[in-house]
Design a protein around this ligand. Sequence first.
Ligand SMILES: C[S@@+](CC[C@H](N)C(=O)[O-])C[C@H]1O[C@@H](n2cnc3c(N)ncnc32)[C@H](O)[C@@H]1O
Length: 372
Amino acid sequence: MKSKQAIEIPQTEGIKYAGSKLKLLPHILDIAAKTDSKTILDGFAGTTRVSQAFAKSGYRVISNDSSIWSKIFGLCYLKNSESVEHYESMIEHLNNLTPIKGWFTENYGGSPDTRESSKVDGLKKPFQTHNTQKLDAIRDEIADLDLGEVEESVLLTSLILALDKVDSTIGHHASYLNQWSARSYKQLKLEIPKIFQTDESHEVSRGDIFDVIDKCEADLAYFDPPYGSNNEKMPPSRVRYSAYYHLWTSIILNDKPEVFGKAKRRTDSSDTKASSVFEEFRRDENGKFIAANALEILLAKTKAKHIILSYSSGGRATARDLFAILEGVGDIIEFVKIDYKRNVMASMRWTNDWTREENSQNEEYLFLINKA
Ligand SMILES: C[S@@+](CC[C@H](N)C(=O)[O-])C[C@H]1O[C@@H](n2cnc3c(N)ncnc32)[C@H](O)[C@@H]1O
């Protein structure tokens, strides 16, 4: 068990992401340190910021997410054994390529001729063409370099981080800004991701959590399923990760897919084809939210001795639903509530206080549960 004073908050790196737990890292690490865990499953790893923080804090990490971009970030930060110097010449080479007009420019590039609008042929665009032309050149070159999986993941992470700094979006790709963001005028420039090495041998997988928990031997499972966002501009109940970040998928796969709609989403990111049971906002025939049921099954099936569950006030399960679910799973050892609006954090005897209160849309909760 780590003492409270010993907990340092390591530096992590990541893209803008709906539901990123960057701000919660101190609380998550603090709660994890109250257990005797050595191996931690980060079951819905997203940006991998939490996985990075656990790895840098000395835990062995199993990082999993159903999204391909999360696997790429996981390979970059958790599986790389090469030095920073190893990547210097590759990054320099990619930064110096001659821009070309390819698939990304055709679909996602707009001209900054007017400061008024990012529209081309009536469609808003997420990047300016000077950057999509670089993207076109760099992505094809990464494929031609014929690298190993981890090296390629480091370069792709570098590319995605750089694009995230010059986008004209509010943090997802379901729609783009009307007017060019200030940062979209900047030049795309790749940098070496903040890679690190630890003594532990971490694991990275891309899978549905239900396929992972059966085989996973972890002391602690951290679950942050998609039930909301703390960004006021993102409707919490309608976050669809594959639709929100379709561009990262296309960049990683480089498969130049068929696209549809105003945001030119990949056809395989449509709601009917790609959605998670945790993103389901409807109720079942018994009137229970399908997402809340999935959470209940997940917690029941988890073999790890300890579970840390993240939950947001925009989520589908009500306070009472969640209370009923957690009570059936084990002992609630700790409950932390973080209110972003008021910037307060409270630890409370949660059963009474929490269910009685009118919850704001800006609260995040963390529970530590010891499994029965
Ligand atoms: C709230 S986000 C996690 C954010 C992450 N903790 C971070 O700090 O970046 C939820 C994640 O769950 C993933 N996801 C959705 N359904 C899933 C499933 N059935 N199995 C595994 N991951 C899933 C999404 O791709 C998304 O990255």
